[in-house]
Design a protein around this ligand. Structure first.
Ligand SMILES: *Cc1c(COP(=O)(O)O)cnc(C)c1O
Length: 239
């Protein structure tokens, strides 16, 4: 038999030691979100055994399946694009939704949260990258939405801060500039709309390859996948 995969115990050791190493290096006040998308539940169990309780996924069905199989003290964060028809499925349990980029999405989360007698924490996704494939509000669109004041009547969502993804590039000066925009947008929003809301206090920024820069520029929540779980293998469809 040809060994093409790492042995399970090597994988579990890698995951556990990565979690511990990253956590030990995070400054106080910065939370680690372990991005487990595409990885099997066993990988999540290894991270869990290292004390990790915050996990993130970007597909609603996959997250829901994992939520059902895994311990209930795990907090699930949804970091994918928010499709209004999928919100219902995660509304009973999701801990935070990072990708709010329209009033429509926020209103739908509010409606589904109300049906579950919950208040769901949400982040405003701000488009900071130069690539136009990334979702999110431009800062102007975000101010426009908040200026309408309609969002204030949505009692079953709580806006906790902002989320951003920097450009996928080796140009770290550019990445840094983009994280600075995110931070500045966060401070302006806080000043203009959330002065009386100390819970508007999250900047979700930084992935495996750029989280150190994100932390320097004010991130309070890093979303790390491959540096913990290894490269993602996407299953290819055979027709
Ligand atoms: C996949 C993903 C991450 C984690 O990316 P890594 O490079 O594996 O750390 C972070 N944020 C979002 C929104 C993602 O989709």
């Amino acid at each position: 038999m040809i060994q093409t995969e790492n042995m399970p115990n090597q994988i579990s050791e890698h995951i556990i030691s990565s979690i511990k190493k990253i956590k030990s290096e995070l400054p106080c006040g910065v939370e680690l979100l372990a991005v487990s998308k595409t990885h099997p539940v066993e990988y999540i169990e290894y991270a869990y055994s290292a004390g990790q309780r915050l996990f993130a996924e970007n597909k609603v069905q996959e997250m829901t399946m994992k939520h059902e199989l895994l311990p209930k003290d795990i907090k699930w964060h949804f970091i994918g694009h928010v499709q209004t028809n999928k919100i219902k499925l995660m509304a009973p349990y999701v801990s935070m939704i990072h990708g709010i980029d329209s009033f429509k999405a926020l209103a739908e989360v509010n409606k589904r949260a109300a049906e579950n007698n919950r208040v769901i924490d949400c982040l405003l996704q701000i488009h900071i990258a130069t690539e136009d494939t990334k979702y999110g509000f431009t800062p102007y669109e975000c101010f426009d939405m908040l200026n309408t004041e309609d969002w204030r009547s949505l009692c079953n969502v709580r806006l906790r801060g902002v989320m951003g993804m920097a450009s996928f590039t080796d140009n770290m000066a550019q990445v840094q500039t983009e994280f600075v925009w995110l931070k500045q947008t966060f401070y302006r929003l806080r000043l203009e709309y959330f002065r009386d809301k100390p819970t508007f206090n999250i900047i979700s920024a930084g992935m495996s390859h750029d989280y150190e820069i994100a932390i320097e520029e004010g991130s309070t929540m890093v979303r790390i996948g491959s540096a913990i779980f290894g490269e993602r293998k996407y299953l290819t469809q055979h027709c």
